[in-house]
Design a protein around this ligand. Sequence first.
Ligand code: 5GP
Length: 208
Amino acid sequence: MGEKKGVLIVVSGFSGAGKGTLMKCLTEKYENYALSISATTRSPRPGEEEGREYFFRTTEEFEKMIAEDQLIEYARYVNNYYGTPKQYVLECLEKGKDVLLEIEIQGALKVKEKYPDALLLFVTPPDAGELKKRLVSRGTETAEVIASRLMRASEEAQGMDCYDYLVINDDLQACVEEVHRIIRSEHCRMGRNREFVVRIQSELEMNK
Ligand code: 5GP
């Protein structure tokens, strides 16, 4: 059987839901994942590195990427642009890697429109109080930015129904396993295995 294409996975969730840590653990624990690195116009947080967390770009550079059709999707989030570079994602999928996009909801919906096969996961903490606690204790954002992110979370909650799966991030390791299981099951979906189905059908036909 020929090499199968990977699954495109979109992971969204409120800011502070722990998506970043979840993605990191998943890619460290299992080999078959590739994590897409987005471009953004926001400034690096302390400890963030160019090309590791994001490709940090000026607004002008970002708009050039849009004009040159280098992005699968992009969106504005709390006064900055964020977008997914196309080339890396498509190359990894071709090689059979499962590609993780950690993006917000507008981008997620655009991805689903372009790639209906994409698997959309929504990650949330167990309750809103926990979300606020995590955002505050991260200590990397001003009170004003935290307030905007909480407001945005409330808007995003309205779109949760568009996602295929809900993942509650209470215990990190349990959450990593759950996401991994969901993705493994996606590989078994009949529609993703057309080549196999056609082959075995014709083999059985010949045996008649
Ligand atoms: P942060 O500034 O906390 O790193 O990210 C803010 C939001 O932007 C998060 O919800 C994150 O998932 C989202 N985001 C990161 N990269 C992209 C991207 O390439 N496209 C879109 N649409 N959203 C992104």
